[in-house]
Ligand binder design. Structure first.
Ligand code: ZN
Length: 499
């Protein structure tokens, strides 16, 4: 890897509120970014909002505001959400930024040799802002199952991007891992999907069908349709093509996406880049979806989990922890209140929180807060942790950290510092022994904090605050205090029968 690193996240469509799926994108990118910043790397980290299209225009009309005013509101909502997740991005791109719009028109012109005009015949769902095949429409009896609205039959003039010009190059890039799709099974899925070649895609619609978008250069009757506009954000945010410095960060080291948009990121975006003569991103990290109790989250089922509620109730680090560890980094995962509260109270409260609290209070009680012997850091082997971090298996990296947390708890159970403290009365030499034990323990905690920092920045900072200076402040508040809000507290007294 070069010195400068670049990570991107998918830009959500600015017509709905942020949900868990968006949070996963941001958290995975943030974990990666914080990990490399710890190693002294310069990391550029893009987030943003995709603000054009009919749905945004329709929502704005329903609120009786202009699309731009509506988009401004939504961009603010996402910025606030990302901040709440404690995500340290560097750039927020909006597809209504004048620089972006100008750059997209420039990109269009560069791609002209691969663009042609043709009649599009097909079925359109406005809820999706996407076209569907005859087969898909037939299977759903003409009604979009997600939006409960009939598909509209559309026959119109569109411009198309001839992605098929790049089939061989894209296949080669994926097979050779020059553009590595992680996990491997997603690469296989995509290679299978493109076995008959990449499909050309519609990149514009007539102005009468699409009013809110970037005008097609040289054809006032046509407006750009979502993908070209949205995908270009990953380079326009860096300043492409006219602002100096974008070359320092492109190609991206990793683009974080959900599995549902892999086919656009592997099938449209690389042809765009190849048409522009630009290198492809090095890694597409594809995460899965979060189900709730084994079922897809949906308003109809009523099992949608609001990320804001979780953060408000348990804190942002608990939120980041659960979705980084208990949702597999590279596959689908499941959320239930039982699993969440069990991880919160057990792993965070008990394993980690109590450990920190216990150690702080022992140093305070036995040694007046002075750690004494020099803290020994770097004792446990971090190579497995590092390997998982660098292979984008963040869930496994957290498993490694918890091995260390459990080992440290076990160590305290074995050496019993409280008994060493008692023995000092009879044998003064035990004082040095106790100091060594506590120095070893606080050193290990500091090392755990270093490993936790990309995942739980506030928790890592608190552990460092307690133990890094050599004197433990007397104000250690419990980390992750017990909380059973949605499931019964197993320690709560049982209500007697018939009471
Ligand atoms: Zn739909």
């Amino acid at each position: 890897m070069g010195k400068n690193l670049y990570v991107t996240t998918a830009i959500p469509y600015a017509s709905g509120a942020p949900h868990i799926g968006h949070a996963i994108d941001y958290i995975l990118a943030d974990i990666w970014s914080r990990y490399w910043r710890q190693q002294g790397r310069e990391v550029r980290f893009q987030v943003g909002t995709d603000e054009h299209g009919n749905k945004v225009a329709a929502k704005a009309a329903a609120e009786n505001v202009t699309p731009q005013v509506y988009a401004d509101k939504m961009a603010g909502l996402y910025a606030e959400f990302i901040k709440k997740l404690n995500v340290e991005y560097t750039d927020f791109i909006r597809t209504t930024d004048p620089h972006h719009m100008g750059a997209v028109q420039y990109i269009w012109q560069q791609l002209l040799p691969h663009i042609y005009k043709s009649t599009y015949e097909g079925w359109y769902c406005m809820g999706h802002e996407a076209f569907f095949t005859d087969k898909e429409v037939e299977e759903t009896h003409g009604v979009c199952p997600d939006h409960q609205t009939p598909y509209q039959h559309v026959s119109e003039e569109n411009y198309f991007l001839r992605c098929s010009d790049f089939t061989d190059q894209v296949r080669e890039a994926i097979e050779s891992k020059k553009m590595q799709i992680i996990p491997e099974f997603r690469a296989k899925e995509f290679l299978d999907l493109m076995k008959d070649g990449l499909k050309d895609v519609s990149i514009s619609r007539p102005r009468k069908s699409l009013t809110w978008g970037v005008p097609v250069p040289g054809d006032p009757e046509q407006v750009m349709y979502v993908w070209l506009d949205a995908l270009a954000n990953y380079i326009t945010v860096l300043g492409y093509p006219d602002k100096p410095g974008w070359q320092d960060y492109w190609p991206a080291n990793v683009e974080v996406i959900g599995k549902d948009i892999l086919r656009f990121h592997a099938g449209i975006w690389p042809p765009m880049l190849l048409g522009l003569g630009l290198p492809l991103p090095k890694v597409l990290l594809v995460h899965g979806h979060v189900n709730s109790g084994g079922v897809k989250m949906s308003k109809t089922v009523g099992n949608v989990v609001d990320p804001n509620q979780l953060i408000d109730e348990y804190g942002v680090d608990a939120f980041r922890y659960y979705f980084a560890r208990h949702i597999p980094t590279q596959d689908d995962g499941d959320f239930t209140w039982e699993k969440f509260e069990s991880a919160y109270n057990g792993e965070l409260g008990n394993d980690l929180g109590n450990l920190v609290q216990r150690v702080a209070s022992m140093v305070t009680r036995y040694q007046a807060g002075v750690i004494g012997a020099e803290a020994v850091t770097g004792e446990h082997d971090m190579s497995a942790y590092r390997a998982f971090m660098e292979q984008y298996a963040f869930d496994r990296a957290l498993d490694e950290i918890w091995e260390n947390v459990r080992a440290l708890n076990q160590y305290l159970e074995n050496v019993k510092p409280w008994e060493i403290a008692k023995a000092i009365e009879k044998n003064a030499e035990e004082k040095d022994h106790l100091e060594e034990v506590l120095a070893h323990t606080t050193g290990s905690l500091l090392q755990i904090a270093t490993e936790l920092q990309p995942f739980m920045p506030a928790t890592a900072a608190e552990i460092s605050r307690l133990f890094a200076s050599g004197v433990v402040p007397g104000d250690a508040a419990p980390l992750f205090p017990r909380r059973y809000i949605h499931t019964p507290d197993p320690r709560a007294p049982k209500v007697p029968q018939g009471a």
